[in-house]
Design a protein around this ligand. Structure first.
Ligand code: NAD
Ligand code: DAU
Length: 337
């Protein structure tokens, strides 16, 4: 059995990865380590909770007493755990520095001592490049993170690289573009806009809405990570981009059309401070290993919109009954909607 440690596996991408990996690898035994912050939810692991090759450990990656023995027992670490929402980092970045930077350091320090570790896959993001006016970011481009979330992820990304260069930890770094899919926390654009539209609530589009993102289905991301665990070279970084570039305003209209809601629900609100105008990834390096995205954005978005429509049990309790989410929503949108 291959012992795999997945941090942040109760979140959006992590839970999709755990499901994907258990199905793809009958010889993997997965331990999910997750603190269960507001974004980590046990219901995300519903399908695998009783799986004989999966176990869940609640704990903080920044707590060495918890993290060290788990890393020591692992052959493979896939490190998703992070604070992930840009708007929250703008409100208060403390938790981002603690988890994304210091938490990554704790895991890397443990990885340095781990006797049987073959891979440490650092889940990074295209946000580390900052806004790209034209063309596409390649892995050797300078990092110019422009918001505190992106800066904390860039710190973790380079720290992981340094543990390869200095200590020989077998680190591979994956920088993905914007993911969409089932179980994304409804603070993020697509689940927020879909769930608001379902309730005929306004969709708060920042600024002129002409910012664009490079959308990637979460299953295509999982496939890429799986390939990188097999074929990615230690010390190397790989972009994982969907190649479906779309302006936010166009995406908003698509969501309204798919749900047969009026354009009047689109509400322009003041822009996000430091809002990156455009992300776009060059994925030639990953494609050379044999990966291409398999889910086209049109059908992929339709299926995801249907998932949120058919799974209100998942998001409605968060949006309506979770006081912490209500407080966040009020602080973020209370004055503008
Ligand atoms: P998410 O917010 O849905 O999930 C994050 C998970 O990490 C949660 O389960 C949370 O409980 C857990 N966590 C947070 N702090 C922790 C801590 N201190 N110890 C243990 N667990 C902790 O995030 P996501 O969208 O699934 O993102 C996962 C990873 O992918 C992150 O590293 C993120 O930076 C990266 N990423 C995300 C995207 C995207 O579009 N969502 C794109 C590129 C990269
Ligand atoms: O690019 C990868 C990143 O994608 C990940 O590293 C982050 O963890 C993830 O949160 C995501 O960051 P974004 O800031 O791009 O995602 P978000 O869903 O918050 O916003 C997508 C776009 O929509 C962005 O241009 C901001 C805009 N937006 C977002 C929200 C929440 C709005 O216009 N209104 C909103 O209310």
């Amino acid at each position: 059995m291959v012992e795999v440690l997945v941090t942040g596996g109760a979140g959006f991408i992590g839970s999709n990865f755990v499901e994907f990996a258990l199905a793809a690898h009958p010889d993997w035994r997965i331990t999910t380590l997750d603190k269960l912050t507001y974004a980590g939810r046990l219901e995300n692991l519903r399908e695998v909770m009783d799986h004989p090759r999966h176990r869940f450990v609640r704990g903080d990656v920044a707590d060495a007493a918890v993290a060290r023995p788990l890393v020591a027992a692992a052959e493979v670490v896939v490190h998703f755990a992070a604070e992930t929402h840009v708007d929250r980092a703008i409100q208060d970045a403390g938790a981002f520095i603690r988890t994304d930077v210091y938490g990554t350091f704790v895991l890397l320090a443990a990885a340095r001592e781990a006797p049987g570790l073959r891979r440490f896959l650092q889940i990074s993001t295209d946000e580390v490049y900052g806004s790209v006016a034209a063309g596409a970011s390649t892995e050797t481009d300078e990092l110019r993170p422009r918001n505190p979330y992106a800066a904390s992820k860039a710190g973790a990304d380079r720290l992981a690289f340094s543990y390869w260069a200095t200590h020989g930890v077998p680190v591979v770094i994956a920088r993905a573009s914007n993911n969409y899919g089932p179980r994304q926390f409804p603070e993020k654009m697509i689940p927020l806009f879909v769930s608001n539209a379902l309730d005929n609530l306004p969709l708060p589009l920042y600024g002129d809405g002409r910012q664009s993102r490079d959308w990637l289905h979460v299953t295509d991301h999982c496939r890429a990570l799986d390939l990188l665990l097999e074929r990615g070279r230690p010390g190397e970084t790989y972009n994982v981009g969907g190649g479906s570039e779309l302006e936010n305003v166009a995406l908003t209209r698509l969501i309204l059309d798919l749900l047969d809601r009026p354009a009047s629900l689109l509400r322009h609100v003041p822009d996000r401070p430091g809002h990156d105008r455009r992300y776009r990834l060059d994925t030639a390096k990953l494609r050379a290993l044999g990966w291409t995205p398999q889910i086209e954005f049109g059908p992929g978005l339709r299926a995801v919109v249907e998932w949120y429509r058919d799974n209100e049990w998942w998001w409605r309790p968060i949006k309506e009954a979770d006081p912490a989410f209500r407080a966040y929503y009020e602080q973020q949108y209370g004055n503008v909607l």
